[in-house]
Design a protein around this ligand. Structure first.
Ligand code: ADP
Length: 383
């Protein structure tokens, strides 16, 4: 099935920045695309062939949208699963698969999957509701501190809380959840793996992620990680094991913790392009977005090695700024060496909203990291 300059269509559920960056490749290769998003001014709107406003959590909307395409993918995990299952039954190629997404959508089943496949991960206990969790504390089956996670709809740290005492416990919502051992990690790493339906598989270099302490969002991504090769290889091999266990098709971003003892534990995965892979647009022979398109269309995968090292800085809305966005000091960062900003096209800024990112490339990673700090201090996303 050829998608190059034909009537064959790729459908994407979700029209945000990840979808927009997938569309750079479909434009480059003249591949026809349909995009579904609830927002009428979603970043994808300008670059797809057909844009539909609709709720990707609604069965009928997703089903009807999926029936009009040949291959269906998603740029957000929280899409209607039953519709994906039905579409698969009716012969639509859904990649990543509905069953993989089902396991990943719920953090409890995702963690159980790792345990079942002997993939190293922090110890956890699942609870149907908060009363069950409180019971476990009373019975001393669970003790402080632990990391509480909402089983469903966790996204960018909103459904995660470190619980050290009864006061914090009292603030937790009633929802189904899990309690995880608090990992005293020294580093957070990520490895992006890509597989196509023929079973060809590639791994991107292991990256290091630095988080914003308040917003719990990735602030800097360093590619490749500065850590010892034994560690980065170990991370890569665990990520490959995860992708293999899911028989995954498309991108799978594996987020990992490195412990002080040198153990590597899987935190969670994302079955889609990932923030830790944005840097590949400038650093890699084949960026993560092109790679995903290659994989889901069962094309040969591209070289995932770095051409140059790089650092990515997320551009998030400044605190206390709400409203029409203005990127302050853009010209100053453009004067810096190896700096490429990406602006997602969201018209309104809000505190910590992901509005864009900046990649800094340099032969020397430490130099790139220093420039990244200057970029971060200089550019402001304000209203
Ligand atoms: P989300 O899906 O919201 O991104 P994560 O499960 O990735 O949630 O958790 C967000 C952040 O919380 C992680 O990046 C890490 O900094 C911290 N975290 C998550 N789980 C643990 C843990 N078991 N121990 C210590 N810190 C954790």
């Amino acid at each position: 099935m050829s998608f190059f300059s034909t009537h064959k269509t790729l459908g994407i559920l979700g029209g945000g920045q990840l979808g927009k960056m997938l569309l750079y490749t479909t434009r480059k290769w003249d591949i026809k695309t349909h995009v579904l998003d609830p927002s009428d001014d979603a970043p994808c709107k300008l670059a797809c062939d057909y844009f539909e406003v609709g709720d990707f959590k609604d069965f009928q909307t997703v089903y009807d949208f999926g029936k009009k395409v040949d291959v269906l993918t998603f740029e957000i995990e929280h899409v209607n699963l039953d519709a994906l299952k039905q579409l698969e039954k009716e012969g639509i190629n859904v990649y990543p698969s509905a069953s993989t997404l089902e396991t990943i959508q719920n953090k409890s089943t995702q963690k159980d999957f790792y345990v079942g496949h002997k993939i190293p991960t922090a110890k956890h206990q699942n609870f149907e509701n908060i009363d069950q969790l409180k019971n476990a504390i009373e019975k001393k089956a669970l003790s402080f501190p632990f990391v509480w996670k909402s089983a469903l709809l966790g996204y960018d740290g909103n459904g995660v809380s470190v619980v050290k005492n009864h006061e914090k416990l009292a603030q937790l919502p009633k929802v189904a959840c899990l309690a995880e051992e608090l990992v005293p990690f020294t580093h957070e790493l990520a490895v992006i793996i890509c597989r196509n339906p023929s079973g060809e598989v590639i791994a991107y270099p292991t990256v290091e992620m630095e988080f914003h302490p308040e917003a719990n969002q990735v602030e800097y991504v360093l590619c490749p990680s500065r850590l010892d090769k034994t560690i980065t290889e170990k991370a890569k091999n665990i990520a490959l094991q995860v992708s293999e266990s899911f028989e995954h098709v498309g991108l799978l971003a594996v987020e990992l913790f490195l412990t002080p003892k040198g153990d590597i534990l899987v935190n969670e995965v994302a079955p889609r392009p990932h923030n830790s892979g944005h840097v590949t647009i400038e650093t890699s022979y084949t960026d993560q977005f092109e790679q995903h398109i290659r994989a889901i269309l069962d094309l040969p995968l591209g070289n995932a090695e770095n051409k140059v090292s790089g650092v990515m800085v997320n551009l998030v809305g400044a605190e206390k700024h709400n409203g029409a966005v203005y990127y302050q000091h853009m010209n100053t960062i453009l004067e810096m060496s190896g700096v490429t900003p990406h602006i997602y096209g969201k018209k309104e800024t809000r505190p910590f909203r992901k509005m864009g990112h900046v990649t800094i490339i340099n032969k020397d990673l430490e130099t790139a990291r220093k420039i990244a700090e200057d970029v971060k201090k200089t550019i402001q996303v304000i209203s």
